[in-house]
Design a binder for this molecule. Structure first.
Ligand code: CDP
Ligand code: CDP
Length: 201
């Protein structure tokens, strides 16, 4: 059985958490496509050429423990605006999406560019304040030296760059279901997503 769930939305909206839970609920595989750009960005911070780094990306690069920082997120957002970087990562994502047994992919352009034929498309949002607070709690909880203002600035800068770029800008697909998680618990958001998927299965 092939079945693709595409989950897009701005930074720290809850895409990853939702994707993981949905994948568990249905036994689907999950790909956090942001890790591809974060891993590429991390290599560029170490001096690599962005396009060469994206083309040479290996599984162990996306498993690095140091990808969840604001600095790497910013580098990811910068390399993600380069069309050749995105092109280097397309086939891997499409193959993952059409694997046997179902797949959930989360990112910015899954429902629009990577999997325009996905069986289910969700666009997950939350207010800037809610997203910044969640990411602040997450990063400070891991011991990172961050401020609320700094985290908010990082999210807003990335959202602006991600939605205004020419190459696969972040935008909701016409046929995407919008889920605003500002006032939703994780459980409520999962229940909403599960209901949409069950209706299409
Ligand atoms: O993947 P994305 O950047 O969109 O967000 P995430 O990493 O799934 O969520 C960011 C943080 O918000 C995590 O610490 C989640 O536990 C939390 N979260 C939440 O508090 N309520 C939700 N409805 C969704 C996520
Ligand atoms: O977890 P968070 O939402 O903060 O970020 P992420 O999903 O790990 O993505 C990091 C950066 O990668 C984003 O700011 C985008 O610039 C880029 N990205 C993208 O362009 N396309 C995707 N499908 C996924 C991520």
């Amino acid at each position: 059985m092939k079945f693709t769930v595409a989950i897009d939305g701005p930074a720290a909206a809850g895409k990853g958490t939702l994707s993981k839970r949905v994948a568990e609920a249905f036994g689907f595989a999950h790909l956090d496509t942001g890790l591809l750009y974060r891993a590429t960005g991390a290599k560029v911070l170490e001096g690599a050429d962005p396009v060469a780094a994206a083309r040479a990306l290996a599984p162990e690069d996306t498993a690095r423990e140091d990808l969840r920082t604001s600095q790497v997120a910013q580098a990811a957002s910068r390399v993600a605006a380069i069309a050749e970087v995105r092109a280097a990562l397309v086939q891997f994502q499409r193959d993952f999406a059409r694997r046997e047994g179902g797949a959930v992919l989360d990112g910015r352009d899954i429902g629009t560019v990577i999997c325009p034929d996905a069986e289910v498309k969700l666009f997950v949002t939350a207010s800037d304040a809610v997203r910044a607070e969640r990411r602040y709690l997450e990063l400070s909880g891991k011991g990172q030296d961050v401020s609320r203002e700094g985290v908010l600035r990082d999210l807003q800068e990335r959202d602006a760059r991600d939605s205004q770029r020419d190459a696969a800008p972040m935008t909701a697909a016409d046929d995407a279901v919008l889920i605003d998680t500002s006032d939703l618990s994780i459980e409520d958001a999962v229940a909403e997503a599960v209901a949409h998927i069950k209706a299409k299965l």
